[in-house]
Each structure stands twice: as structure tokens, then as C-alpha cells.
Ligand binder design. Structure first.
Ligand SMILES: Cc1cc2nc3c(=O)[nH]c(=O)nc-3n(C[C@H](O)[C@H](O)[C@H](O)COP(=O)(O)O)c2cc1C
Length: 202
């Protein structure tokens, strides 16, 4: 079983990376073949919206460091996707990756309702996703901010939905502030991440 862990924090060895690594270690202990990808080390572009992937589904015409990663994501069994919260949302690096997932989806006309289109995906439906989200704010956040975080969870749920992936989980780190060692000093959280990673191995 192959599992790819993606760290979308621009900070090296900080909270998101620590938690993604814990999840990968948990999976490795269960016999999985693991690989960590730090998006900050890759040369990646955002989606240009060219639409060519709608003619050759599953393939993005751009040639950058996401070219092979996107293909590898379709041949592994599970993916751990970690991001810090930046401005009440995912990091820019994470969003660039997700935009490129556009190549996996296509539209077909609803056979039961002409003129209405349904999104389909060539992404393997059996893949599991584990999201790891590290944020500075505590939980619960102040009332106004709580709504913004609810929105973030709703947005994350769109990813497995659009990819057609049945199983996903979200693991949160709250209250990290700007301390990059915060996850390393939280044994209970590290254990949670490890067991979430182990849970990906079937
Ligand atoms: C540009 C930027 C924006 C941030 N925005 C938020 C935010 O909206 N909410 C929050 O709780 N923390 C925010 N933070 C704090 C990070 O989410 C927090 O430090 C997290 O642990 C960083 O993960 P990392 O250590 O893996 O980089 C922000 C940090 C940066 C650098």
C-alpha cells in the first residue's frame, strides 16, 4: 500500500510537516510504503484555466513539478494533505495543488434531466484522504471567526466530493499561535496524527 503525504506549509519542519510525518509514520508501522512531499521545495504553477484537461481528462498540459505528483496521486492508495491555516483558509501552496485537481474532473449530461450537467472524476474512488490542518487560533475561536472556520471545513469537504473519493477525515491542530514547535510538544496530538495515519492502512 502506497501513501503520499503532502505538506503545504512554507515553513520547514514546522507544525504541518510534523503532523503529516506522524501520520506517515503511523502508516509505515502498519506496513505502508510512505513518501513525504514538501510543496515548498517544488516548482509549481497555478491552474491557467486553459481547459485542455477537459479534452484529455486526467492530464494537465503544464510541465512542472506537479506533473508527476498528480499522476502519482492516482496510483497510490491514500493521501495525507496537510496545510496551515492562512487567512482563514488553506495556504497558497495547498490551493495551487487543489486547483490543478481540475484535470481529474469532467462533466456529463444528466441522463434524467437534459441540459443539466453532473461532475464526474477519473480519480480512483477507493483512495482515502486525510487532511491535517494546523491553525494559530484556539478552539473554539471567537464567535465571528468560528463561522470562518466552519466555512473552511465545508470547503475541504468539497475536495473528496469533486474527486469522487468516498473516505476522508480531517485532523485539526488548534492554538499553535506562530510557534513552529507547537505540534512537536503535543504528545497527544502527535499520537492522534499517528493513529489517523495508521487508520489509512487497510
Ligand atoms: C500568512 C499567515 C496567515 C495566518 N492566518 C491564520 C488564520 O487565519 N487563522 C489562524 O488560526 N492562524 C493563522 N496563522 C497561523 C498559522 O496557521 C499557524 O502558525 C500554523 O501552526 C502554521 O503552520 P506551520 O507551522 O505548519 O507553518 C497564519 C500564519 C501566517 C504565516
Amino acid at each position: 500500500m502506497k501513501i503520499i503525504g503532502i505538506n503545504a506549509s512554507p515553513r520547514k519542519n514546522a507544525n504541518t510537516q510534523t503532523l503529516v510525518e506522524s501520520a506517515l509514520n503511523g502508516a509505515a508501522e502498519k506496513g505502508a510504503e510512505i513518501r513525504l512531499v514538501n510543496l515548498r521545495e517544488l516548482n509549481i504553477n497555478g491552474c491557467t484555466g486553459c481547459g485542455r484537461c477537459k479534452k484529455d481528462i486526467g492530464k494537465c498540459v503544464q510541465k512542472d513539478d506537479l506533473t508527476t505528483l498528480l499522476q502519482d496521486m492516482t496510483t497510490c492508495n491514500a493521501i495525507v494533505m496537510g496545510t496551515p491555516v492562512h487567512w482563514y483558509h488553506v495556504s497558497a501552496q495547498f490551493k495551487m495543488l487543489v486547483d490543478r485537481f481540475y484535470c481529474f474532473s469532467y462533466y456529463v449530461e444528466n441522463p434524467e434531466k437534459r441540459g443539466e450537467y453532473i461532475m464526474k472524476s477519473v480519480f480512483p474512488p477507493g483512495n482515502s484522504l486525510l487532511f491535517i490542518i494546523s491553525r494559530g487560533d484556539p478552539e473554539p475561536a471567537a464567535p465571528h471567526y468560528s463561522q470562518l472556520y466552519d466555512h473552511l471545513n465545508e470547503w475541504l469537504a468539497i475536495i473528496p466530493h469533486e474527486l469522487g473519493v468516498g473516505k476522508y477525515k480531517i485532523l485539526h491542530q488548534h492554538g499553535a499561535g506562530l510557534d513552529r514547535q507547537s505540534a512537536k510538544n503535543d504528545a497527544a496530538l502527535l499520537e492522534k496524527a499517528k493513529s489517523a495515519g495508521a487508520g489509512l492502512v487497510i
